[in-house]
Ligand binder design. Sequence first.
Ligand code: ATP
Ligand code: MG
Length: 691
Amino acid sequence: APGHPDALLAPLNPAQQEAVLHFQGPALVVAGAGSGKTRTVVHRVAYLMAHRGVYPGEILAVTFTNKAAEEMKGRLKALVPGAGELWVATFHSAALRILRVYGEAIGLKPGFVVYDEADQEALLKEVLKELGLSAKPGPLKALLDRAKNRGEAWEALEIPDYYAGLPKGKVLDVLRRYQEALRAQGALDFGDILVYALRLLEENPEVLAKVRKRARFIHVDEYQDTSPVQYRFARLLAGEEANLMAVGDPDQGIYSFRAADIRNILDFTRDFPGARVYRLEENYRSTEAILRFANAVIQKNRLRLEKTLRPVKPGGEPVRVYAAPEAREEARFVAEEIFRLGPPYERFAVLYRTNAQSRLLEQALAAKGLPYRVVGGVGFFERAEVKDLLAYARLSLNPEDGVSLKRVLNTPPRGIGPATLARLEALAQAEGVPLLGAIRLGAERFPKPEPLRAFLALLDELADLAFGPPEAFFRHLLSATDYLQYLKEHHPEDAEDRLENVEELLRAAKEAQDLQEFLDRVALTARADQDGGRGVALMTLHNAKGLEFPVVFLVGVEEGLLPHQSSLSTLEGLEEERRLFYVGVTRAQDRLYLSYAREREVYGRREPRRMSRFLEEVPEGLYLPHDPYRQGAQPKPAPRAQGAFRGGEKVVHPRFGPGTVVAASGDEVTVHFEGVGLKRLSLKYADLRPA
Ligand code: ATP
Ligand code: MG
């Protein structure tokens, strides 16, 4: 019966059950990929509610993406009544919620906005201009993010004497000025969210006490990728009671560029004395063939703790490796193989190291008429037309938001061009007022004030609507600015797509309670969350974390891509790339294909490429070279089962060519291949056939 404890425990193995039965105090669940860590968290939460008398309003579960949070909440709703009240969130959305409720305690204004990466860069550019410096905003943004992920002051940052083409002193000026500008505009950037929340909780014991009540039992999934601020945040919330269950796999730590540190896991028992450690050793996701391959990969890392991971699904299709003559051919192979295996196409994922690799794959899939979706590509909310409309919305809630103001000032064009903007900026400077103040002054003083007056009137109208239903707000905005007409005139080539995006925005707005909530949700939607539609899933390895698919293609397994060029110089960098490879491989449930291209265009030049060292390290017998031209071209004798070969027999191997069996015992055969030498092969994996 659902009310009986067994209903929540029965679908788990004994080790998972033990973790679920863990009640108070700190716990660490450390286990390999696909061992049911996430499943254990879900059942633990349900169990707390159903059998420990813990209220849903006392439980917090932190996931890595918003999508994962939604999924987890969905599963919980199916498992236990009352799950609707659970707090399931990412670190960022949890922190933002705290700031929305209590932020005034540290001087945040109620309507504060959250800037995304593009806004952040726009503001940096402005600051650079203002300070009369010329530098690219990218590296400066990276510096800001690093400091904020670590929760450190700029002064503590290690900045070389020259950075981003600027002397160190100037770099610090830019960062400081940027931070002032954010404050003046009532804005936080993404990294600020946690830094501010942490400060709020550290400086306000009464707020901390309230939040702790709401988070008496805390769970953190993907703990290995927790950044230092996130770690401090979790630790602060957990407090003395420390009902914290952290769940992770140090072999899957792939976010050190966000300052995540897998030592979090290694140090857990030191930081939380008395912590219980639970290990899960059964892998339910992948076949034995895939898991043996995965284990062989990760064992090459030196900076790791040895773990056991046993397959529950024996045997399985061998892992296949395809060496394509060039990158276009690699993409064609993927599309053809998917076509051959057939629908449902949702069971396929194609994973790659860099976003740029998706283009050839998209083309190849489209050429075959296969449906696909790019998960976490250029995000929906990053598209120009969507950003325009959102900027109006943000401005309506927060008139100080300068980045949004500039974006919409002359979009659609209304006679406030660059010359007027320059005059307005000069006026703002001279009078010491923000840009909006200068517009007000200009509406009085400029010889042609009409466009400015009309714009101010529009903002007033919108501000009145900003507290009503979001959909009505956007509909009014569209008609008042004649925005759709503007799209048609200014983007005739792809107006169709853009109009559709606007429609989609209206649909999304309809689901939100109010504009503020809507904008927060948008701001937090990470790239990995964006996954519209059906079909083959295309995504980077980073975005594939935590997911699983029946059939996985991992492409570009070659030197320079995986490991990536940028990480070859240190052992740490290289080992992180190997973990990334491991994450990719362990997404596969039943079939895994790896491929690389012997030639690829890099920065417009054709370059010869080599198989990844990560693949070279894996023993021969654990995969099968795949030859799409030979397959099906001529009927081949079937591979033989165990013990079917005799010494002296002539055989053929797809990669080593013709050879003679030297010895055979059980699953193992030793073959002498002409021109290659002696090879020991496992019949389970090697596609060895009689000649
Ligand atoms: P990752 O490290 O990739 O995040 P994970 O350890 O979180 O993986 P889950 O995603 O929770 O693993 O589980 C992997 C798969 O195994 C899921 O399909 C899950 O439903 C299944 N699974 C986990 N435990 C069991 C079990 N005891 N019985 C049957 N299936 C299980
Ligand atoms: Mg998981």
